[in-house]
Design a binder for this molecule. Structure first.
Ligand SMILES: [Zn+2]
Length: 288
């Protein structure tokens, strides 16, 4: 068995961190399944913490943001493998089958030192996976679990019927029920992005605009569950190249004091998205 080096973590040094804080507001009921019976004895429970309060896992949010960014990548002129090299035509190590084919090459390049290893990763990773991570590179983006802000204090139970796949009619006697968290629940979320590239910022920015406009997360979205929007977005960060920001980060105690306010999030990310689109136009002009 070839000895595969562990994933590269964020190019080792923290040079810059961007922190985005916002509130997720559910416009409809939603469910993230626990994979078990519910507390209410319903067939399909939702994830609750030990106090019986709903949990909005960071992994669910990150998965949703990833698929949002996959949808938008093309509009920004960025590549996405969709975790399937054959379907997307984009060669990226996040596709397990493709990774198996190039793993030995990766190991050989890694023996040539860190520069050659990073260069190999750069050439074999799509833009979306550069942001969200791959088997050879840790994600630059972390999303916290939602911090519960408000909710109805009760889980609802809804009835479902088992549908015949061919006739689309209810199968006699086959009923089940499932839990949902009622509409109106609110969660605070924090997104941390380390050492972002210009492409990372354009992609994340476009994803945030989409979430503010409205998106959906969790199960049964085809039945209208899980509609949410993001609001009250704030952006702050630290750039270690800037002496003032550096000293503040190293000597203050609260996150508010340590990070510098980056102003209006829309203005910030519009500039990043514009920069990305302009560089793309410049590339095309050069090729012509
Ligand atoms: Zn990829």
């Amino acid at each position: 068995m070839a000895n595969i080096p562990p994933p590269v973590v964020n190019d080792f040094r923290l040079r810059q961190r961007i922190r985005i804080v916002g509130t997720i507001v559910f416009e409809t009921a939603w469910r993230i399944g626990s994979g078990r019976e519910g507390e209410t004895m319903s067939d399909l429970g939702v994830v609750l913490d030990p106090h019986g309060q709903p949990v909005l896992p960071g992994s669910s949010l990150k998965g949703k943001l990833r698929s949002t960014c996959e949808t938008l990548a093309h509009a920004l002129g960025l590549s996405t493998c969709l975790l399937n090299v054959e379907a997307s035509g984009v060669k990226c190590v996040s596709d397990v089958d493709y990774y198996k084919r190039v793993k030995d090459d990766y190991r050989r390049q890694s023996e040539g030192g860190i520069e050659s290893r990073l260069d190999w990763i750069d050439r074999h990773t799509c833009d979306v996976c550069k942001l969200f991570g791959s088997p050879v590179q840790a994600s630059r983006l972390r999303i916290s679990e939602g911090r519960l802000h408000a909710w109805a204090n009760v889980v609802q139970v809804r009835d479902g019927v088992v549908l015949d796949r061919d006739s689309h009619t209810a199968v006699d006697g086959l009923k089940y029920d499932y839990e949902v968290v009622p509409a109106g629940s609110e969660f605070c979320v924090t997104l941390d992005l380390d050492n972002p590239s210009d492409s990372d910022l354009a992609l994340l920015g476009a994803g945030l605009f989409e979430w503010v406009a409205g998106s959906s997360v969790g199960g049964f979205s085809s039945r209208g569950l899980g509609r949410f929007h993001l609001q009250d977005v704030r952006i702050a960060g630290v750039d270690f190249e800037d002496p003032d920001q550096r000293i503040r980060y190293l000597t203050k105690l609260t996150p508010e004091e340590r990070l510098s306010d980056l102003g209006d999030w829309q203005t910030y990310f519009t500039a990043k998205i514009n920069g990305r689109l302009n560089s793309q136009t410049a590339d095309t002009a050069e090729e012509a």
